[in-house]
Design a protein around this ligand. Structure first.
Ligand code: 5RP
Length: 227
């Protein structure tokens, strides 16, 4: 049986095959994508040529280490595909993302991509989204007002995200509220309604964006589902 890390590594190496010569691709963020980036670095040294757009400073730093070229999103028209991780995926391919805090850039890059390929441990496939707390990125001014509105509108608990005993600050200098919805029956409506609260920058709900879900199993199998 593979460990969780082995599954991530297998997924990363598998997903590298989606990136072909001279492609322009978006590269996601997180511990699963980490293995993809490492594999791409290796393939680049072996002659694979491609250009990337990063979804976070973390990914940009790894690309610097691996000597992989990247553009800013504003230098490109559209991307052929983006490969990213996720925290939950439902059977329609709707996602919760942002466990690593990069949801804003991830969503912008995904929206500019013709395809969004998600690589996940199969345990992240769920029937209904929401057990994983939904990350909501908010501007720092008035964040408590946003928190109060989300808690009272939905009768749920939320928590300002911390990392290493300090408030977690996103790449775009915002805060994240982790929101325990438990059961998100209509991700489309929830995403839309959260955006109506002044101060909400983005939510971790990626609705009808993923085109392929690649799931890795502990027995070594990889399952590819096109949405
Ligand atoms: C970062 C993300 C990640 O894709 C998500 O949290 C999954 O990460 P990991 O592969 O480390 O489990 O959305 O903002």
């Amino acid at each position: 049986m593979l460990s969780q890390n082995d599954i991530k590594q297998k997924l990363g190496i598998y997903a590298a095959d989606f990136i072909q010569q001279d492609m322009l691709v978006g590269l996601g963020t997180g511990t699963t994508v980490f293995y993809l980036l490492k594999e791409l670095g290796k393939r680049k040294r072996q002659g694979l040529n491609f250009t990337a757009v990063c979804t976070s400073n973390q990914t940009q730093n790894i690309l610097d280490e691996e000597k992989i070229n990247y553009f800013s999103i504003d230098e490109v028209d559209k991307l052929q595909l983006t490969i990213d991780g996720a925290d939950e995926a439902d059977e329609n391919g709707n996602l919760i993302k942002g466990g690593g805090g990069a949801l804003l850039q991830e969503k912008i890059v995904a929206a500019a991509s013709e395809k969004l390929i998600i690589i996940i441990d199969e345990k992240k496939n769920v029937q209904t989204l929401g057990v994983f707390p939904l990350p909501v990125e908010v501007i720092t001014f008035g964040w408590k007002q946003v928190q109060k509105k989300i808690e009272s509108n939905y009768n749920i608990q939320t928590k300002l995200r911390y990392k290493d005993n300090s408030i977690f600050i996103t790449d775009h200098q915002h805060y994240i509220l982790d929101c325990w919805f438990n059961r998100i029956l209509n991700p489309f409506e929830l995403n839309k309604n959260l955006h109506l609260i002044p101060g909400v920058v983005e939510t971790g709900l990626f609705v009808q964006m993923a085109t392929t879900i690649v799931s890795g199993f502990a027995d070594g199998r990889i399952e590819v589902k096109n949405i």
